[in-house]
Design a protein around this ligand. Structure first.
Ligand SMILES: [Zn+2]
Length: 234
């Protein structure tokens, strides 16, 4: 089990369903990556336009607000690139349409590592999280890699791309715990940017710290974030 960030990789791409998914799962890791000079791109599949308990709220206004919150959170983590695909919140399916959008992102940014939802965790899983995890997995292999898939991409100058690894967050059985002891405060600071979602920050911090401590149990560091790594570039 490794907590090391690999020196040979330069570009990390997160593919997530909603604004705040990347912060809840991976903000401590993202801050470590940007501190190490790595480039991080966040692909937001929806803009979370249904993430509000008020039945009279406008989805357009919610999305606008959540995109602004997301950009602020990203900037607090040193992430310069966030792409909004603006698919409708709560309506994602792991279909060819979603796969094509993600393949296009892979061929555009050429990530070494993709960090996304673990779609194989059983039971309590948001449908959008499952859809993004599955569509991303299928996008990495074989679709983005092989030139006969979505050949129209190549007319615009894109090329096939092999991603080296997928890191699934929220896994049942993690095999990589990243040490986020030094970046935990920045994780909380980034989560605070999602003001419409997080509520009482003190309570959130306690909950997040407990979870991070649990994940780092029996490790030589105090706080961790957990991933399941799958090697793709063989
Ligand atoms: Zn989500």
């Amino acid at each position: 089990m490794s907590n090391l960030l690999n020196d040979e990789f330069d570009l990390y791409m997160l593919v997530v369903a909603h604004p705040d998914d990347s912060e809840f799962s991976s903000a401590g890791t993202v801050a470590r990556l940007t501190d190490a000079g790595k480039r991080v791109v966040i692909i937001q599949v929806t803009s979370g336009d249904k993430g509000c308990p008020d039945p009279h709220a406008s989805p357009i206004d919610i999305a606008k607000n959540r995109e602004a919150e997301m950009l602020e959170a990203a900037s607090r983590l040193g992430v310069e690139e966030v792409v909004f695909l603006r698919c409708p919140d709560g309506e994602l399916m792991p279909d060819l349409d979603l796969r094509e959008k993600i393949v296009r992102m892979i061929r555009t940014w050429k990530p070494d590592v993709i960090i996304t939802h673990d779609p194989y965790r059983p039971y309590a899983l948001h449908g959008d999280h499952r859809a993004v995890g599955l569509a991303t997995t299928d996008a990495v292999y074989p679709t983005a890699r092989d030139p006969l898939y979505f050949p129209e991409h190549f007319q615009g100058g894109l090329e096939p791309h092999k991603t080296a690894e997928i890191w699934y967050f929220g896994p049942e059985k993690p095999d990589k715990i990243v040490d986020i002891t030094s970046t935990f405060d920045r994780k909380i600071h980034a989560l605070e940017a999602h003001a419409s979602q997080v509520g009482d920050v003190k309570e959130l911090e306690i909950r997040m710290r407990d979870r991070a401590r649990e994940l780092a149990e029996n490790k030589e560091f105090e706080l961790g974030e957990a991933f399941k790594v799958v090697q793709m570039r063989r």
